[in-house]
Design a protein around this ligand. Structure first.
Ligand code: TMP
Length: 210
């Protein structure tokens, strides 16, 4: 694989999506071909599964299997081919979200997630994961201000989101070489600066021209 794979993660309301387009433009200005995508979604099938996942009540195991069904289609038909062509892929949520939401939030055993992960995309992991972290109350206030209908996950209670946040942070602690925590309770400029600061260490050639 010659392309690079960057994922954005965080609890709902962390503000990560605002920075996806910015980072893509930043990389394109360096001459790179960059695809932006998201999970669940990213393919016609994945987007249909997303509709179900966000709106239809379902059992936790069905939810997890549908997340991985969408991921399997996404990985095999879009992400892996793009990386093999040497393109960069920025994905708004990926596998770490399943560990945080279905594992941490809903309490599904990690061993089941590990088996599915192994099946769907083997040992490939993102080259860099930006974990947008902020206090729960701030995230929930941002969602409330947006004043739009809430999806099935956003309707979950505070203790669910505390577990999701905790699971994300634990994962960052376990994979410090891949997952970098962004302090997201800051201005857009400050957040971008945090991202700028860590890019050269991960991608020395395009970011420094070396
Ligand atoms: P989004 O609002 O960031 O697009 O994500 C949609 C929701 O899906 C969000 O609440 C998190 C949830 N989700 C999971 O529960 N597990 C997953 O594996 C993924 C990718 C998303």
């Amino acid at each position: 694989m010659s392309g690079k794979f960057i994922t954005f993660e965080g609890i709902d309301g962390a503000g990560k999506s605002t920075h996806v387009d910015w980072l893509a433009e930043r990389l394109r200005s360096r001459g790179l071909t960059v695809q932006i995508t998201r999970e669940p979604g990213g393919t016609p099938l994945g987007e249909r599964l997303r509709e179900l996942l966000l709106n239809e009540p379902m059992h936790i195991e069905a939810e997890t299997l549908l997340m991985f069904a969408a991921r399997s289609e996404h990985w095999a038909t879009r992400i892996e081919p793009a990386l093999k062509r040497g393109e960069w892929v920025i994905c708004d949520r990926f596998n770490d979200a399943t560990y945080a939401y279905q594992g941490g939030g809903r309490g599904l055993e990690k061993s089941k997630l590990q088996q599915l992960e192994q099946w769907v995309f083997g040992r490939q992991q993102p080259d860099l994961t930006l974990l947008f972290d902020l206090p729960l109350e701030v995230a929930r206030e941002r969602i409330a201000i947006a004043n739009r209908p809430l999806d099935r996950f956003e309707q979950e209670k505070a203790d669910f989101y505390q577990r999701v946040r905790q699971a994300y942070l634990e994962r960052a602690h376990t994979c410090p070489q891949r997952i970098r925590v962004i302090e997201a309770n800051n201005s857009v400029e400050h957040i971008r600066q945090q991202i700028e600061n860590l890019l050269p260490a991960f991608f020395p050639s395009p970011m420094t021209g070396a």
